[in-house]
Design a protein around this ligand. Structure first.
Ligand code: FAD
Ligand code: NAP
Ligand code: SF4
Length: 681
C-alpha cells in the first residue's frame, strides 16, 4: 500500500485560497542556535532545504525577533537583515517550489535575556533573568510597528508567511493573563482589554503583508497556569485573531514556566490534540495541532478524528528529515523516530550556549559539516568488524554500511540494543523501542551481517581477516567497595531492571544519576505507564482535558499513586539529587518520585550491608536503613579489554561509546562519536 492510501488525511492537500499546502505535515518552529551563529545563514539554508526535500508541506523557522528588546536570537528589522534571509527562502524553494516556508516572529517579552526587556507590567517571570520594563503607550505603539515592519521584511525576503507566537509566556501571552498584566488602561483589566494587544498585532501584520500571505497565530489552547486562561477566553481570542486576519491558528500548550510536562518522553503521544479538536469546532480557519506526534500513523489518526487540519512535527524533523517521504513511499519502518528525550535539542537551547542537534541524528543542524558520502572511485570498501550492538555500534555500523563498507556486527547478547534494552523497560521510556526498530531495519536494509550470541575476541577477529575493528563493547557497572557488597540482598541495576532477582518492599538505591532515577521510577511504579495512557497522565499531572478549568489545571490536584514500596534514593554528594538530569526534564522526574513518596538522601557514607540493612553515616550521623534490597547504580567503567588485545595483535582498531569513555557517557555522545568515525573511516 502506498503512503497516500495508508495516510489519506496526511497526504490531502490544503487549499488556502491564494496558495496550497501539498500535505498536512509541517515542521514546527524550533530555535536551533543557528539563528545567531556567525555561519548561521548558509547552515540554516541547507538544514531547511534538506527538510523540504524530505517531503514536508510547510516549514516554520526558529523564532526571529522584531527588535532588539524582543530577545537575543536572530533579528529581522532592517532590509540588510532581510537580504540574509533570502539565502534560506531561495534554498527551500529551489529544493521544492511546492514547499512553503514561514518565519516565526518571536517577541520573548519578559523572557528576553536583556535588561531592556519589555512587558505589559513589571512582573518578573519565575524563569526570566530580568524584571521587564512596563511598556508605556508609546512603547506599545513601537512594538506594534516593529511587528508589522518585521512581517513586511519577511515577505520581502521571500517567505510565504509568518507565524506570530501568542503563547508560552512570551510578550503577547503576558498581555492575556491577569497575573502578568496589571494594567488599568485600554491594554489591561477586562478580558477585551487584555486581548487587545495580540489582536492588534495580527491586524497590523495583516495590513503590512497584504491578503495573499500566510499568517499563522499560535495560541495557548491550554496554558497550564494556575489562574491561566479560561476556555471561553481561549475561544474568544481565537475568533478575534481570525477576524483580525490570521488564516491559520496553531495550538500550543503550556507556558515554559508551568510545572507540567507537555513534550517529554513521559507524555503520551498526541495527548493534547483533543484540546485542538475542541477549538477547531468553533473556528473557521484551519487549525494546527502539535506535541508528541512523532510518527505518520499518529498524525493520520489525529487528522482522521478531526482534531486538526494540520499536524506540526518539530523535533521529529530533527530526528529524520525524510520522515514525510518515507511515509509517502511506504518506508515508515525506516523512520528514525524522535524519542522525545530533549537531550540534544531543548536541553541545549535552554542550557545556554550549546547549539541544537539530535541524539538519534547528529547531522541535525550540522548538515554542512557532517555528511556520510558514499564511497567513490578509488575508495575500496573495507571489511569492518563492529563489536557491540549498543547505540554506538549500531550507529557506526549503519553509517559505515550505508556508505558502502562491508560490515559485520557482533554482540554477545541475544538481541541488539545494549543498554537501550534496559532503558526501554523503564516506564515512560517506551519510545526507546523505536530506535531499536529503526536499527533492526537498517541492519537489513544495508546488508549488515549480524552475529548475535557471539562474544568476539581478538583471535576470532584476526582469523576472519577484518581490515579494521570498531570496539563498541560498552561498559561494566561499577561495584563499589562497601563491606557486605556480596550480600544476597544486593544487586546491580541490570538484575533489577531485567527482573533477574526479586526486589523487596523496602529498597535502597545507591547512586542517583540517570540510572538511579530510572531504577527509582521502575521500582516505585504501579499500574499502566502514564506515557501509554492519556487518562493516567492527566490524573498524575492534575490536568482536566474535558472540563477545561482556567489554564486546564486550576483546582485539579495531581493524583499520583503512592508506591507500595519504601524507596530510598541515595548519593554521597551533599548536593540536591538529580542535578545531572536533563535541564528540561529533570524537574519532572524529581516531582514524580517525590509525589510517590520516594525519599531522597544526600551526603551518605555507605558503611556496611548486612541482614539488618544498609548502615550509613548521613551527613556524619549514623543511620541504619532497614531495607530488603540494595540496588547498585554507582556508575560504570569502560569495557575495553578487547581493544587492548587487538592493539597487542597489531590489528587496526577504534574505540567508541562507553568502551572509549564511561564517565558521563550517554547515548547522545555514543551515537555522535560513532557517526563521526563512520563518516571518515
Ligand atoms: P552499550 O549500550 O553498553 O552496548 C555495548 C554492547 O556490547 C552490549 O550489547 C554488549 O552485549 C556488547 N558486548 C560487549 N562485549 C562484547 C564482546 N566481546 N563481543 C560481543 N559483544 C560484546 N542514555 C541516554 O542518552 N538517555 C537516556 O535516557 C538513557 N537512559 C538509560 C537508562 C538505563 C536504564 C540505562 C541502563 C542506560 C541509559 N542510558 C541513557 C545510557 C545509554 O544507554 C548508554 O550511554 C549507551 O547504551 C552506551 O552505548 P554503547 O554502545 O557505548 O554501549
Ligand atoms: P552517573 O550519572 O555518573 O551516576 C552515577 C551515580 O553513582 C552518582 O549518583 C554517583 O553519586 C554514584 N557513584 C559514583 N561512584 C560511586 C561509588 N564508587 N560508590 C557509590 N556511588 C558512586 O551514571 P549512571 O546513573 O550510571 O548513568 C550512566 C549514564 O547514562 C549517565 O551519564 C547518564 O547521562 C545516562 N543516562 C541518562 C538518562 C537520562 O534520562 N538522560 C537516564 C539514564 C542514564 P555520588 O558519587 O554522589 O554517590
Ligand atoms: Fe527528539 Fe531527542 Fe532528537 Fe530532540 S534529541 S529531536 S527529543 S530524539
Amino acid at each position: 500500500m502506498t503512503g497516500s492510501t495508508r495516510y489519506p488525511h496526511v497526504f490531502a492537500p490544503l487549499d488556502l485560497g491564494f496558495t496550497r499546502l501539498k500535505n498536512r505535515i509541517l515542521m514546527g518552529s524550533m530555535h536551533t542556535g543557528l539563528e545567531e551563529a556567525a555561519d548561521g545563514f548558509p547552515r540554516m539554508a541547507e538544514y531547511f532545504a534538506e527538510r523540504a526535500r524530505g517531503g514536508v508541506g510547510m516549514i516554520i523557522t526558529g523564532g526571529i525577533a522584531p527588535n532588539t528588546e524582543a530577545g537575543s536570537g536572530g533579528k529581522l528589522s532592517t532590509p540588510a537583515e532581510a537580504e540574509q534571509h533570502k539565502l534560506i527562502t531561495a534554498a527551500v524553494h529551489a529544493a521544492d517550489p511546492e514547499v512553503k516556508i514561514c518565519m516565526q516572529i518571536l517577541h520573548t517579552g519578559a523572557l528576553a535575556g536583556t535588561a531592556a526587556c519589555v512587558a505589559p507590567s513589571a512582573v518578573k517571570s519565575r524563569i526570566g533573568r530580568f524584571t521587564p520594563n512596563a511598556l508605556d503607550e508609546d512603547g506599545i505603539e513601537k512594538q506594534l510597528a516593529d511587528f508589522a515592519n518585521c512581517a513586511a521584511l519577511a515577505r520581502a525576503a521571500g517567505y510565504d508567511g509568518v507565524e506570530i507566537i501568542g503563547s508560552a509566556g512570551y510578550l503577547l501571552s503576558t498581555f492575556l493573563v491577569e497575573k502578568t498584566n496589571l494594567r488599568t488602561d485600554q491594554w489591561g483589566g477586562s478580558w477585551e482589554n487584555r486581548m487587545r494587544f495580540p489582536v492588534e498585532v495580527v491586524r497590523r501584520v495583516r495590513a503590512a503583508v497584504g491578503e495573499d500571505f500566510i499568517l499563522i497565530f499560535r495560541i495557548a489552547a491550554m496554558d497550564m497556569l494556575d489562574g491561566g486562561l479560561a476556555w471561553d477566553e481561549v475561544v474568544s481570542l481565537g475568533q478575534a485573531v481570525e477576524a483580525a486576519g490570521a488564516n491559520i491558528i496553531s495550538t500550543h500548550f503550556c507556558w515554559h514556566e508551568a510545572p507540567v510536562p507537555t513534550i517529554a518522553t513521559m507524555v503520551p503521544r498526541a495527548a493534547f490534540t483533543q484540546v485542538t479538536g475542541q477549538l477547531r469546532k468553533v473556528l473557521t480557519v484551519p487549525v494546527i495541532t502539535s506535541n508528541r506526534i512523532n510518527m505518520p500513523a499518529v498524525a493520520e489518526a489525529v487528522l482522521a478524528r478531526g482534531d486538526a487540519d494540520l499536524v506540526s512535527m518539530a523535533r521529529p524533523m530533527l530526528a529524520d528529515p525524510e520522515l514525510v517521504n518515507k511515509a509517502l513511499q511506504g518506508r515508515e519502518d525506516e523512520i528514525n523516530t524522535c524519542i522525545a528525550c530533549n537531550q540534544a535539542c531543548l536541553d541545549h537551547t535552554f542550557g545556554g550556549r550549546q547549539q541544537v542537534s539530535c541524539l538519534v541524528n547528529p547531522r541535525a543542524c550540522n548538515e554542512t559539516l557532517l555528511s556520510y558520502p558514499a564511497l567513490g572511485a578509488g575508495q575500496p570498501a573495507k571489511r569492518i568488524a563492529v563489536v557491540g550492538a549498543g547505540p554506538a555500534g549500531l550507529a557506526f555500523a549503519t553509517v559505515a554500511a550505508q556508505r558502502g563498507h562491508a560490515v559485520t556486527l557482533f554482540d554477545a547478547a541475544a538481541e541488539i540494543g545494549g543498554q537501550f534494552n534496559l532503558a526501554r523497560r523503564i516506564p515512560g521510556k517506551e519510545e526507546f523501542n523505536e530506535t531499536l526498530r529503526y536499527y533492526r531495519r537498517m541492519i537489513d536494509l544495508h546488508g549488515i551481517a549480524l552475529r548475535l550470541n557471539t562474544r568476539a575476541d581478538a583471535g576470532v577477529l584476526q582469523a576472519e581477516g577484518f581490515d579494521e575493528v570498531v570496539v563498541a563493547t560498552g561498559i561494566t557497572p561499577r561495584q563499589p567497595d562497601i563491606a557486605g557488597i556480596n550480600h544476597p540482598k544486593v544487586m546491580p541495576y541490570i538484575d533489577a531492571i531485567l527482573g533477574r532477582k526479586p526486589v523487596g518492599r523496602r529498597v535502597a538505591i545507591l547512586g542517583a544519576g540517570g540510572i538511579g532515577f530510572d531504577v527509582a521510577e521502575l521500582v516505585s511504579h504501579q499500574g499502566v505507564s502514564a506515557a501509554l495512557d492519556v487518562e493516567v497522565f492527566a490524573r498524575e499531572w492534575g490536568i482536566d482535558f474535558k472540563n477545561h478549568p482556567r489554564g486546564g489545571v486550576t483546582g485539579v490536584l495531581p493524583q499520583v499513586a503512592k508506591s507500595d514500596r519504601q524507596v530510598f534514593l541515595m548519593q554521597r554528594k551533599a548536593d540536591a539529587l538529580g542535578k545531572s538530569l536533563g535541564r528540561t526534564t529533570g524537574w519532572s522526574h524529581r516531582m514524580t518520585l517525590n509525589r510517590r513518596g520516594v525519599v531522597m538522601v544526600a551526603g551518605v557514607d555507605y558503611l556496611k550491608i548486612d541482614d539488618a540493612g544498609l548502615h550509613t553515616l548521613v551527613n556524619g550521623e549514623p543511620r541504619l536503613f532497614e531495607v530488603d534490597s540494595v540496588i547498585v547504580c554507582a556508575g560504570q567503567t569502560p569495557l575495553r579489554a578487547l581493544y587492548d588485545e587487538l592493539q597487542a595483535a597489531g590489528i587496526k582498531a577504534h574505540l567508541v561509546g562507553g568502551a572509549f569513555e564511561a564517565a558521563e557517557l550517554d547515548a547522545k555522545r555514543a551515537i555522535d562519536q560513532a557517526c563521526r568515525l563512520a563518516a571518515v573511516v
